[in-house]
Design a protein around this ligand. Sequence first.
Ligand code: ADP
Ligand code: MG
Length: 461
Amino acid sequence: MIALRNVSFTYADSDYGVKEIDLSIQKGECVVLTGPSGGGKSTLTRVLNGLAPHYFYGRLSGTITIGNDDFTQKPIWEISRQIGSVFQDPKSQFFSSELAGEIAFATENYGLAHPEVVRLTHQAISHFKLNSLINRNLDDLSSGEKQRVAIASVYTLNPEIYVFDEPTANLDAEGVVQLKQTVSDLKSSGKTLIIAEHRLSWLDGIVDRFVYLKDGAITWEKTAKEMGKLTKKQRDDAWLRSSTPIHIPDLPRPAGQGSPLLSTTALSIKRGRNTILQNQNFKVWPGQIISVTGRNGAGKTTLALALAGLDGKTSGKIEILEKSTRRLKRRSRVWYSSNETGTQFFTNSVSSELLLTQNLTESTLEKARELLKRLGLYQYKDSHPATLSGGQRLRLSIACGLMSNREILIFDEPTSGLDGGNMNIVATLFRELAKSGKSILIITHDGELIKRCCDFSLPIA
Ligand code: ADP
Ligand code: MG
């Protein structure tokens, strides 16, 4: 029912996008767009839901038909009644601060009569079992709950087609289980689903067909059955992640000999009036890579920001090399890479971002070049960070950490939006860095990454 014929889209402010896409999707089918980061998955979802070119400007050519309608000629408000979109970061799509208002937003926006708005909103709330959350502030919901609200608000308009762009990128294990249930219910009710995704294992049993995008073009398509037959080597060569669930390995808490590089004693952290973490005691030694794990909302980012001296009011002790180290001092010794890469960059090109805090010697330039090449960003060295894909921005953020000469580095969900190949490259870089005596803390839910490079784990309850 959806047919794309020779569709190309190039962003106005870069030379990239998708090209010569031929793709047919049947009613009720679940198609997963996968492939290396920067391959064009998000761009293709934006072409489908009209965001490209209506919101992301650029040049679109080819034809897109849904049923007998030519979609390239339709205004975006008409497209979005038929195609509901759910993005990676549910926050970015909220218009309201309270749950019912958010769910009602789409129907209100389309000018439906008030009784109809109320009816559809209640129906969506009960369908997605959101009754118990109705009085909570949207900001206080877990990422999984926010994602459910985002889907519920799309559901009110009853679109035939749902487009998801990396819906699991910010979810913990429990959130992924909830999302899987929601998505499989949509599928059972006959909806057509198009999902851009790296994490493949949760889609088992839902997906009908995989479409692989690389360098903006479709390189191959496989049915779920054919995909299941790929060997480990074939998957690795295609930079795919595991299609079976990876259990997070059980790792010990950090232990070591000699002076710890970082230690906390009776550390408690407040943000605003709320005490987020209490009585944290741990030590980290040079050369260790430690996963910081825990459900969404447990306080992992709060801990990271406090350790790096960036936010939070702390009591108790934070020591670096057994010396109590104040907040401002910590800023120059602890690196923190956020996963909110939308707002994190300061300059207008990839290379100046990387060299921002560096003395421009031949050796730092060489180091920067090598990092960009290893992380597949060299061809983007003059691009504006805002024009990078999500996965490319994540890698730039990691590269900035690796360039910094800090002894302690904290990465917040560094691989949530990365394909298998890039995840392996990042894991290798972390290993090399640890070998040179640094301590690395990685806030992550990524079982594959933990398996590849972490020795210890710090669970935050
Ligand atoms: P994926 O979702 O598979 O990671 P994208 O569709 O985001 O890939 O990216 C495809 C190409 O388009 C990349 O080369 C990327 O740099 C470029 N691109 C992505 N978003 C934008 C944007 N907003 N502006 C300009 N170029 C972009
Ligand atoms: Mg993407």
